[in-house]
Design a protein around this ligand. Sequence first.
Ligand code: FAD
Length: 429
Amino acid sequence: DFFFPPASAAAHWSYDVAIVGGGIVGLASARELLQRHPKLTYVVLEKENELAFHQSGHNSGVIHSGIYYTPGSLKAKLCVRGANLSYDYCDKKGIPYKKCGKLIVAVEQEEIPRLKVLYERGLQNNVKDLKLIDKKGIQEREPYCRGLMAVDSPNTGIVDWRRVALSYAKDFCDAGGTVQTQFEVTDFHMAKESPEGSKDGLKYPITIVSSKGTEVRCSYVLTCGGLYSDRLSEKSGCSRVPRIVPFRGDYLVLKPEKHYLVKGNIYPVPDPRFPFLGVHFTPRIDGSMWLGPNAVLALRREGYNLFDFKMDEFIDAVSFNGLQKLVLANLVFGLTETYRGLFISAQVKQLQRYIPEITVNDVIRGPSGVRAQALNPDGSLVDDFVFDGGFGAIGSRVLHVRNAPSPAATSSLAIGEMIADEAEKKFTF
Ligand SMILES: Cc1cc2nc3c(=O)[nH]c(=O)nc-3n(C[C@H](O)[C@H](O)[C@H](O)COP(=O)(O)OP(=O)(O)OC[C@H]3O[C@@H](n4cnc5c(N)ncnc54)[C@H](O)[C@@H]3O)c2cc1C
């Protein structure tokens, strides 16, 4: 890890491009923009003390191969390209990863048609070396896993995405970019006069204000705010919908003496009604083994614990029509997931569908992550990545990464390329 100066150092500085959000998407985009346009000046503004602190530092650590996503969607295209770019990048930088593969396992007869649809999708998305395997094939790959049929994806891997994000930050800083931590963006406005003592006049017309009252001037803004992407969009005069709803995912950790039960990633056939992949078995690059995550509506956006609560965020969320509709339509699912979150035994029961030998005594509670899920006012979940901008004085100078759910870590380098393409079309560099 390396040191980034706190916000006060940035007061009244001016840059051509400001990137708000130091997660993997903001850092990949900042890196790509700087590589393409090295003469421009850049700053990444991050509210936390460190980079990659939220979703980019709290995830399953899987390099997805692109099986699940609707052919032709941004998710499908950016994941397949992103996975290839990620492997190349890790090779180049010496970042450890492991192609431990993945099985998506059907344990009930009724799941087989859905599994076959996934297999076909994977083929259409050009996922490499995909195979359908039977019971015997599953036993050969994962001796303790029961199942009737599985999609075998040998190109799925694992990596520490936080480490990858920090490496993007290092590339960015080495090439002349600036990172400011502890800079929580609270407002954007068009400057009416040049900063005191500045020779730049109104060359940098956007003023970005932090919660501490410090200011950064810039010409163009890219926001990659993850769990706060809708708020940042609204603050810059752009649309707030779709809105972000936080879903916490809790992991269990398998005790080391039981690691022999799992070799690679084992995933369920996902429920097509939800954008989550389901509780899975995931080896970690540090040698541990995580099981999960579930998906529980969180009471605050960055709430990593069961009882984390923030009144204004809670009121804001429950007064949103979209969330009310979503909750009513999925009451049973929501209550079941909450129950599983509370009682380890319920979560273990789900895992036993795949590895019957696992017992409650083999697991302990592990970390949690919070997903930024975009939601429409009609209660429908936004499945694909969404990138947009706005109109008017500030809006026309802003690009938003509005929805970057999983697999945005896998896709990050490809997202960076796309953002740079969009910026070149929209802004006059
Ligand atoms: C439980 C879980 C499991 C996942 N598993 C995988 C996986 O296995 N593989 C995969 O590819 N993807 C996975 N994902 C998805 C992936 O982690 C995310 O899609 C990705 O990290 C999103 O990156 P981001 O930069 O958009 O968001 P974030 O990492 O959340 O970054 C957003 C940043 O913006 C900052 N910010 C917000 N508001 C402000 C403000 N006002 N001022 C300044 N800074 C601000 C935040 O502090 C944060 O650092 C998973 C996600 C979760 C939650």
